[in-house]
Write a protein that binds this ligand. Structure first.
Ligand code: WTA
Length: 650
């Protein structure tokens, strides 16, 4: 564990924004007292609280016990049988939402398609039947590598309907990333598309799948959606067109009665070692928690047109494009492409055209918009917006203020939502009708979340002192493990403090009990709100035949929040050159995806190490961000290394 000394917050932010009276009037939760009373109840009697909330869902059989907690293993709604897709679709139709738009989709080239809840249910059933005919049974992991089209949401719901866990891989990841994940999950089927649109270009998804299969031969079936009509490789025995297998199927498919603890999905995320972790989420707890957080944090109402700009390939898209909003019967908007296609007004044009009421995005996007100028959003009618959200990294107060003023017209509360792939749903965020906002703070924990800031011994820190953010009680949507590696689960999250979930985030709590997140304390870098493990990038670089050793560190970046800097020592048979530098950067993009491509790459003869052989990333970080090293070098083995690195001018 790193030391807390370095976790000092210098941020002093005193601006406060109480809930606007107009917003409070119609809010689900209208006062701080109401929030505090519910929070207290949820902490004192979690089983009573969650047992009651579970009744708002459809269960084939209700639970016998709300929680079985054997740290670190939690079982929620034990003995209950349910189906998440049924709750997202059939239950909404039973509640009278059949003709209401469920998914409102806009493609990058501009097409608009709407699916009502009934239409979506029919399409999900057809797809579920097709999957069954292709041999997918309960418990079989289905890999999904698709663009942001409605069929991506349909595919995940179809899997949920038949009890087949999905493993969705972000469309920006490369062939090797697909192969690694499909292999780790022992998946035999991939759902993909010929391509997807991004900045006016076709992303060759099927080609990437083909390259992945050449690295991992376990894939027996590939279902291909026709999207861009681009030329693709084809294997007759293995590949089928989506429309050929789905369109003729029946629109009835009984929902599988899943156990509350059946695996709903795996989602791979970066950790501190080179190998991504398959985070496991199960059925009942995830269902109840995502529905309740979506309802209260976005204050969802029947007529909301809710837009989360994340990709479904990340946890934000899983929980707050698909499962959370649909369980609340609202319209969830999906957009396929880039924010600057054809120009930087695209998002605001979408808000205006579809009369978006709730808008959820990432600080990196907000900073990019800020940079393009206030006059761009000013051209659009954004008056339908009632609430804004932020996720993925700490939002700097200046970006918060810009978002508040130029997008929210100074009338929309901003919910800064802190959570992780592992937590399944939002853990810390304002309840917008109840909590006074402070720019840069995610404010208060959600119901059932017992969050604390502690030192390395687990002792709770006084107000305003920095420390580690931990969660002291189990919550329904918490991860149930790391796929195929329960040791890593124990080691990574539960070994620092027994029975307490360690988030790896630094934090402080102010006098009013608001949480201020201060970034990661491990070797995970947050680039544009997405987690990249430095070890993963290091192993990608080292896999290049010319490289002997590499170290990768995070450095501050104006738009992306953080960027990567790589230090590379070549084998003696190779010589540094600009061409080789380019080749190594392209190699990282090929191995992991463009998102992991370092912004800086320097060649060095050796890396600074401690006497025990650990690379001193702290020094490299300082060097990469400031150009020199002033920090403590007493444990450094060879001083000349730093001297020679500093002499290098990138
Ligand atoms: C960071 C994304 C500050 C944090 C949902 C966390 C944040 C990691 C916030 C998880 C926020 C996410 N304020 N930091 N509102 N939201 N983070 O798994 O470091 O992609 O541990 O989940 O992002 O990233 P992940």
């Amino acid at each position: 564990m790193s030391d807390t000394q370095s976790i000092m917050s210098s941020m002093v932010e005193t601006r406060e924004f109480p809930p606007p009276p107009d917003f409070v009037k119609d809010a689900h939760i209208k006062s701080i007292d109401e929030y505090e009373q519910l929070h207290r109840q949820s902490i004192e009697d979690p089983e009573g609280f969650w047992g009651e909330r579970a009744k708002n869902h459809h269960w084939f059989k209700p639970h016998d016990t709300v929680l079985e907690w054997n740290a670190p293993n939690a079982k929620w709604f034990v003995g209950g049988k349910t189906n998440v897709a049924y709750n997202c679709l059939d239950l909404q139709i039973e509640r009278g939402r059949g003709d209401h738009p469920a998914i409102l989709w806009e493609g990058e080239p501009g097409e608009v398609v709407t699916f009502t809840y009934s239409e979506l249910r029919d399409r999900v059933c057809q797809t579920a039947n097709a999957l069954k005919k292709l041999g997918v049974g309960k418990g079989d992991v289905v890999t999904i590598y698709m663009p942001m089209v409605p069929e991506l949401a349909i595919a995940m719901l179809a899997c949920a309907r038949i009890g087949a866990p999905h493993s969705i891989i972000f469309g920006g990841f490369s062939a090797s990333a697909i192969a690694d994940r499909a292999k780790d999950a022992e998946s035999k089927i991939i759902l993909t598309a010929d391509g997807g649109w991004r900045r006016g270009k076709v992303v060759p998804l099927k080609q990437n799948v083909e390259d992945a299969i050449s690295q991992y031969g376990g894939i027996a079936k590939v279902v291909v959606l026709k999207r861009c009509e681009n030329d693709i490789p084809w294997n007759d025995g293995r590949d089928v067109w989506w429309h050929d297998v789905v369109d003729a199927e029946s629109t009835e498919c009984e929902a599988e009665q899943c156990d509350s603890e059946d695996l709903l999905f795996i989602l791979y995320t970066s950790g501190t070692t080179g190998k991504p972790k398959g985070i496991m989420h199960t059925t009942g707890g995830y269902m109840v928690y995502t529905a309740l957080t979506a309802k209260h944090i976005f204050d969802l109402k029947p007529d909301d047109v809710y837009w989360c700009t994340a990709d479904i390939g990340w946890i934000t898209g899983h929980s707050y494009i698909t499962y959370g909003p649909l369980q609340n019967g609202v319209t969830t908007l999906m957009y396929e492409g880039a924010p600057n296609q054809p120009d930087w007004g695209r998002f605001w044009e979408i808000v205006q055209k579809h009369k978006v009421t709730k808008f959820y995005t990432a600080p990196t996007a907000i900073r990019a918009f800020m940079r393009q100028g206030d006059d761009i959003p000013a051209k659009y009618d954004l008056s339908t917006l009632k609430l804004l959200g932020s996720v993925g990294e700490p939002i700097n107060p200046e970006a918060w203020m810009w978002y508040h003023e130029h997008i929210g017209g100074e009338r929309c509360p901003i919910v800064d939502t802190w959570w992780q792939t592992e937590t399944g749903g939002i853990l810390i965020a304002p309840i917008p009708g109840a909590i006074t906002l402070k720019p840069g703070s995610a404010t208060r924990p959600f119901f059932g979340i017992d969050a604390a800031v502690v030192d390395e011994a687990g002792v709770e820190q006084p107000a305003n002192a920095g420390g580690f953010l931990v969660i002291r009680k189990p919550w329904p949507s918490m991860l149930r493990g790391v796929y195929g590696d329960m040791n890593r689960f124990q080691e990574q999250y539960w070994s620092q403090l027994p029975g307490i979930y360690f988030t790896s985030d630094a934090c402080r709590r102010d006098d009013d009990g608001n949480f201020w997140l201060m970034g990661r304390v491990d070797d995970v870098i947050n680039i544009s709100g997405h987690r990249i493990g430095t070890a993963e990038v290091e192993s990608a670089i080292v896999s290049h035949p010319t490289v002997a050793e590499a170290a990768v560190v995070g450095i501050p970046h104006e738009i992306k929040g953080q960027a990567l800097a790589a230090f590379v020592a070549l084998k003696s048979s190779s010589t540094p050159s600009d061409d080789l530098k380019k080749e190594l950067l392209a190699h990282v993009a090929k191995e992991i995806g463009a998102i992991a491509r370092p912004d800086q790459l320097r060649f060095t003869d050796a890396l600074p190490k401690t006497r025990s052989g650990k690379i001193m990333r702290r020094l490299l970080k300082e060097l990469a961000s400031t150009g020199e090293v002033k920090g403590d070098t007493t444990t450094l083995e060879d001083f000349s290394v730093i001297a020679s690195l500093s002499a290098d001018d990138d």
